[in-house]
Design a protein around this ligand. Structure first.
Ligand code: XIL
Length: 354
């Protein structure tokens, strides 16, 4: 597990580095790691997501190596990639990411074992027999966790378990066959496979929907009461630039009240989602900057012992999943670096607020 060496006083350091950062960018130079490793501004692990296709891009690879402590595979550690219809497992792509991270001296976060959005042919075929299904479910978790034992900082065990309206757990194949216990079973199986590995419960829209957050926290309370091994709460923080001020701060405070560690796990702030179809981002840039600043301030205000880390969902705007989904349309600008690999003004503001 990564423990960063004690961070130097952040604000003092920033006075110097912030100045370097602004002047480098105003001269139109690429914000290279020589002058401003983002990770040196924080005392918790700073992460970013990655796909194997990006590992061969020299600009991406060099920026990642410079600025980040930790990598989360964006897609290739998910069941959809690893599990084949015959039940066999493929680890080639995620292994590549893990190897690259090791070369860079970075750690890796496992993402994700059980997700309502991915079940796959193999499990669909088994659903008529609960016993076989449960055995296969435990086996999948055990095999994947064992493969990466000692090589990851933690695992998102169950991803996105709660309905957006907060009324209940989501319906999914796992719940259909195993009942609500599917969550307990997953965490217990994960803990058996790698008892030292921090286990994370990850979800999204917790800042948008207080009812969802309440249901999420009720699930956490239940897991804790039943003695289910759970160490970290992940709040994805895929937000749009028009999110109300204060929502992030309140969410982090509510989650931290559990005493568990908090992972701000998939941060991006979409301009396009805020502008809807207007495609005029101008009115939202200030709001985007203010939200990035709020995230930085609220996260760094958490007790140090609860700061599991902060992960950005992509490096450059062109790397964002929003732009991959809408190819050919006007590009969103949700991230901290522009397509040329320069830290954007919003990135500078974020770093200053850390
Ligand atoms: C997304 C990736 O960014 C895409 O590349 C992939 O096709 C689908 O998943 N919540 C999550 C992430 O937990 O795994 C999702 O990532 C974004 C929403």
């Amino acid at each position: 597990m990564t423990t960063k060496s004690q961070g130097f006083p952040r604000r003092t350091a920033l006075m110097g580095l912030g100045a370097t950062l602004v002047s480098a960018c105003s001269r139109g130079e690429a914000a290279t790691g020589d002058t401003l490793p983002l990770k040196s501004h924080v005392s918790f692990p700073l992460g970013v997501c990655a796909m194997t296709a990006q590992v061969n891009d020299p600009q991406w690879a060099s920026l990642i190596a410079t600025h980040f402590d930790r990598i989360t595979p964006e897609w290739e550690m998910k069941m959809e990639y690893i599990l084949q219809p015959d039940g066999s497992l493929r680890f080639d792509a995620p292994d590549r990411i893990v190897a690259q991270a090791r070369l860079n001296g970075q750690s890796v976060l496992g993402h994700t074992l059980i997700w309502y959005a991915q079940d796959g042919d193999y499990f669909q075929q088994l659903k008529a027999d609960r016993r076989d299904f449960e055995t296969a479910y435990r086996t999948y978790i055990r095999q994947v966790m064992s493969h990466y034992k000692g090589q990851v900082d933690g695992w998102d065990v169950v991803n996105e378990a709660i309905r957006d309206d907060g009324s209940d757990l989501r319906d999914c194949l796992w719940r259909e066959v195993l009942g609500e216990a599917y969550i307990d079973i997953a965490y217990r199986a994960a803990h058996e496979a790698d008892p030292a590995c921090p286990l994370i419960l990850n979800d999204y829209n917790l800042e948008y929907y207080p009812a969802k957050r309440k249901r999420f926290l009720k699930l956490v309370e239940g897991l804790q009461k039943r003695g289910v091994p759970l160490n970290v709460l992940g709040t994805q923080t895929h937000i749009a630039a028009d999110l109300s001020k204060g929502a992030i701060t309140e969410t982090l405070r509510d989650l931290a009240a559990t005493g568990l560690k908090i992972h701000l796990s998939e941060l991006d702030v979409s301009l396009k989602e805020a502008a809807k179809n207007a495609l005029d981002f101008r009115n939202y840039r200030d709001a985007q900057r203010a939200l990035y600043e709020e995230v930085a301030e609220a996260y760094t205000a958490l007790p140090t012992a609860q700061q599991f880390g902060l992960t950005l969902w992509g490096l450059r705007d062109e790397d964002s999943w929003y732009n991959r989904q809408n190819k050919g349309m006007v590009a969103d600008e949700p991230l901290l670096f522009d397509d040329a690999g320069r830290l954007k003004p919003v990135g500078q503001a974020f770093v200053k607020a850390l």
